[in-house]
Structures are given as C-alpha cells and as structure tokens.
Design a protein. Structure first.
Length: 132
C-alpha cells in the first residue's frame, strides 16, 4: 500500500559538459506530511534508478521496466553504514537527497522509490538531455 504521509518529489537539472557528455543532477525530496517521524533502519529501501528510453513504436505505451537500466543506487548508502545507523524523516520535514550521473544525449526515465514497513511511495520523471 502507499504510505499515507510520505511524499517524494524529483527535480532535475542538466549541466552540459561537452558536445555529448552531460551531468544529470537529480534532487529526490522526501517529505513527511505526518506528525510522527519516519525512521528507516535498513539499507536498500530508498533507491534511485535511471533508465535510458530506447526506440519505441508510435502509439505504444512504454514499459519502463524493459528499458535499459543505466544505474540504480541506494540513496542511504552513505547514511546507514553501521548496524545502529538510521535515516529519520522528521514530522513535517522536507529533505533533499542529491545524486549526479554523467550521461550521453538521450531521453531518460528517473524513478525514486521508498519501501518501508510494508508501505511504499515512488515518484518518476522523464528527462531529455541534449547538447546545446
């Protein structure tokens, strides 16, 4: 089921480096709308993935799970390191987890997911990267 109090937002920015190489800056913003902190104790439950959208047929829905996975990262990999480490989203708190990835020109599907205690929330975005 969807978590009733946690909301994710994704914001992106493209920084052109060279003709075909670009940095995609991804901000994943978890927000706790509730009055109780959410304490995450496990690795691998808050993830971000980037998939390259390949050629598709006109008028066909795109199954993003079948698109080429470019990268998947645990957003808490540097926070939950030791057994007793936790990540807390305070009540009424908004956080900003920032990741960057270097990508070629193309169209990309970006997805963030938080699975916690039987509930989950996710947010997706489509980003077009092209050299200016």
């Amino acid at each position: 089921y969807f978590h009733p109090n946690i909301v994710l937002d994704i914001q992106t920015e493209v920084i052109n480096k060279t003709n075909n190489q670009n940095l995609l800056v991804i901000h994943v913003l978890p927000t706790n709308k509730g009055n109780v902190p959410l304490v995450v104790k496990d690795k691998g439950v808050f993830t971000l993935e980037v998939r390259k959208v390949g050629d598709t047929k006109t008028n066909d829905w795109i199954d993003y799970t079948k698109q080429q996975l470019i990268s998947r990262v645990d957003l808490l990999r540097n926070i939950i390191v030791e057994k007793d480490d936790t990540y807390t989203i305070e009540a009424n708190g908004v956080y900003d987890e920032v990741e960057t990835i270097q990508l070629d020109n193309g169209v990309y599907y970006v997805n963030a997911t938080l699975n916690y205690d039987g509930a989950y929330v996710n947010q997706s975005s489509i980003v077009k990267i092209s050299s200016k």
